[in-house]
Design a protein around this ligand. Structure first.
Ligand code: 13P
Length: 252
């Protein structure tokens, strides 16, 4: 499995800025893309089309949506469907990001619907999990991660085929946007818990599921994070906004 180097641009970048960043990134990679890695960019909705157009000839870069609503179409003001995302050339989507869980109060049932509907519609899903600081302090990391996976993935039965692709991102809430990165031991333990739970849910199919780490990944720490056991990629926020810094992470 190729390592997935993913950039979550969150609510940053106009179309012009998105185009400049993606062009700069491609020129920095300059045909030196490591063959065992691939890149995934999550622009805001308004820049998805621009980014998809810039990368359509490049097989090692993919685009994803930060959000969608689990219906084909309908009276859902303000929402975007998987069909619309696939239409602009978007292949992936995030579900369960901690900002969706905590700022927009998305609950397990909605997340389960999104994960299932997204995969069924042909989107590759990155399902995010992660504990809050108080949960870690209370020794609840394992319980929280298992419960988030059990609840969020309960409708998904098949993750074995190239059309039904699930990835997980472990993003401890206390490490997102704080500059506080989880230590090697914490990452390795959390990823092992996730892998074990995925095996109990999906059997040997769990081996097809990549587990990414996210939370204050920077050029300075990407090297050690990407070499940890069971880390199959990274999901980068702040440090992915600059093409220079994200390209350093890609080459870490
Ligand atoms: P930061 O890299 O800014 O901590 O954000 C992580 C994140 O939320 C990626 O989805």
């Amino acid at each position: 499995m190729k390592k997935l180097m993913a950039a979550n641009w969150k609510m940053y970048k106009t179309q012009r800025e998105a185009k400049e960043t993606i062009r700069e990134l491609i020129s920095l990679i300059n045909d030196n893309m490591p063959s065992e890695r691939e890149i995934l960019i999550f622009p805001p909705f308004t820049s998805l089309d621009v980014v998809c157009n810039e990368i359509k000839e490049i097989e090692y870069i993919h685009a994803g949506a930060q959000n969608f609503y689990p219906a084909i179409e309908g009276a859902y003001t303000g929402e975007i469907s998987p069909k619309m995302l696939l239409d602009v050339g978007c292949e992936y989507a995030l579900v369960g990001h901690s900002e969706r869980r905590h700022i927009f109060l998305e609950q397990d049932d909605l997340l389960a619907k999104k994960a299932h509907f997204g995969i069924d519609s042909g989107l590759k899903i990155i399902f995010c999990v992660g504990e809050k600081l108080e949960e870690r302090k209370a020794g609840k990391v394992e319980d929280v991660l298992k419960e988030q996976l059990k609840q969020g993935l309960k409708k998904i039965k098949d993750v074995s085929s190239p059309e039904k692709v699930l990835n997980i991102a472990y993003e401890p809430v206390w490490a997102i946007g704080t500059g506080e990165v989880a230590g090697e031991k914490e990452i390795s333990e959390a990823h092992a818990i996730i892998r074990k739970e995925l095996r109990s849910m999906f059997g040997t199919q769990a081996n097809n599921i990549r587990i990414l780490y996210g939370g204050s990944v920077k050029p300075e720490n990407a090297d050690s994070i990407i070499s940890i056991d069971n880390v199959d990629g990274v999901l980068v926020g702040g440090a992915s906004l600059s093409a220079k810094s994200f390209s350093k992470i890609i080459f870490a």
